[in-house]
Design a protein around this ligand. Structure first.
Ligand SMILES: Cc1cc2nc3c(=O)[nH]c(=O)nc-3n(C[C@H](O)[C@H](O)[C@H](O)COP(=O)(O)O)c2cc1C
Length: 402
């Protein structure tokens, strides 16, 4: 059991998942993941904040029972409807038949759609800034649409300065005993936060920025997200990290992603890396798209300033794994990057270069350098690669100085 009183009468009742291989059936979970839920107790009423995935519902009820004991739960506040946080709502309603579900109009519509829960007085619909009184303790609701889904909101406990932030400031990595950042080493959770943000929330940077601005004036002692540690000591660090990613601000570094069947494109990728290293650039990360995990490629592309994409020509298209990667980049509206491409063909000279150019145009990324190799690296390739590397380095310098 993993239960913790965060401040007086505010409890962690979430669960760990060390079984699921891929979050959202996509993203690997080498350190597991936690689904966080909380109980806020007032003098008169008890509120449960979000629920957990259905697979862990038994542990979840044990956690709730050990806190609520013989008190009933009066309110279920639903900050976010993604099923990893909402799938246990029907079980909660069954266990507490008089519970009122607190959400905004979009939340309520989604609960009805997903779980077919209805009935008189079942819902308490809230608008931005509304509050409920638990008896000596107020919960105030701040709507933060598209900080993942349209219904997302955050709940603030005024007297305790605790913010239940939903997926914002969440991260992968189960909770290994401790719940609050000050009681654990957080290096894995912080590093996983880059991957969580880039893969899960990445597309919605402008909404995340809006939410951060909107809540900037709230005094905060604790941020309680729906995944990962409760933030206390590291509030400033994690808010700055997320704000940076939301603004698509990156750190200097080159990420080379390539797709190669028979090694010719890979050979050029290695040549490019060597030339860039020779120019004194130290942070170079290479991903063979057939080998690297997609979430790692997305994360590195998000985090670092320069993205170089190379592909063999495959039936007149990009190599499939490279195409998936570029789709992930476009979906996440990747911007503020130095972008360069290289390609390899045997009979269709412009196919891959053209496809990468189309992505770049749609994503409004200027192509700083482009290299085309027929079949295998030849006598002219080293000179062309040198020139390519120089163009990339110049573009990086220009970006840093801008
Ligand atoms: C399944 C397959 C499809 C290919 N389709 C094309 C193509 O449409 N146009 C082209 O110019 N070359 C095509 N090629 C040739 C490759 O692009 C070429 O052999 C290239 O050098 C492979 O690079 P690699 O060694 O990095 O895999 C194809 C090769 C394979 C195996």
């Amino acid at each position: 059991m993993n239960i913790k009183e965060i401040v007086k009468d505010i409890f962690y009742v979430g669960v760990n998942d060390r079984v699921k291989h891929r979050f959202e059936a996509l993203w690997q979970l080498p350190y597991g993941v936690s689904y966080n839920s909380y109980i806020v107790a007032g003098n008169e009423k008890l509120a449960l904040i979000d629920t957990v995935c259905i697979e862990e519902v038994r542990q979840y009820f044990n956690n709730i029972d050990s806190i609520a004991s013989d008190r009933t739960i009066d309110y279920l506040v639903v900050n976010h409807m993604e099923p990893d946080h909402s799938a246990s709502i029907p079980e909660i309603v069954m266990a507490y038949p008089d519970i009122r579900i607190v959400g905004n109009s979009k939340t309520i519509e989604m609960i009805k759609g997903f779980y077919h829960i209805d009935g008189p007085d079942r819902y308490l619909e809230v608008k931005d800034g509304d509050s409920i009184d638990l008896g000596g303790r107020t919960l105030r609701f701040h709507l933060t649409p598209m900080v993942h889904w349209p219904e997302t909101m955050m709940t603030y406990v005024e007297d305790a300065r605790v913010l239940f932030s939903g997926d914002a400031f969440g991260t992968f990595g189960a909770l290994n005993g401790a719940v609050i950042d000050r009681d654990m080493e957080t290096d894995v959770h912080i590093s996983e936060m880059y991957r969580y943000y880039s893969c899960i929330v990445g597309k919605y940077g402008r909404f995340v920025e809006k939410a951060i601005q909107k809540l900037a004036a709230l005094p905060l002692s604790y941020i309680c997200p729906t995944h990962g540690p409760v933030w206390n000591e590291k509030i400033t660090e994690v808010v700055e990290l997320v704000a940076r990613l939301a603004a698509y601000k990156s750190e200097p570094g080159v990420v080379i992603v390539y797709g190669s069947m028979y090694g010719n494109t890979a050979e050029v990728a290695e040549m490019i890396a060597r030339e860039i290293a020779a120019l004194g650039i130290k942070r170079i990360i290479m991903h063979n798209a057939s080998h690297s995990d997609m979430s790692c490629m997305i994360t590195d592309a998000f985090r670092y300033s320069t993205l170089i994409v190379g592909s063999a020509t495959y039936s007149m298209r990009l190599f499939p794994e490279v195409e998936s990667f570029m789709n992930a980049m476009e979906t996440r509206e990747i911007k503020n990057k130095v972008f360069a491409t290289f390609s390899n063909f045997t009979w269709a000279a412009g196919a891959v270069t053209g496809k990468l150019k189309e992505y770049a145009e749609r994503m409004k990324l200027p192509v700083s350098a482009s290299l085309l190799v027929k079949q295998s690296a030849g006598a002219s390739t080293p000179v062309e690669v040198k020139e390519f590397a120089l163009q990339v380095a110049e573009a990086m310098k220009a970006m840093e100085e801008a």
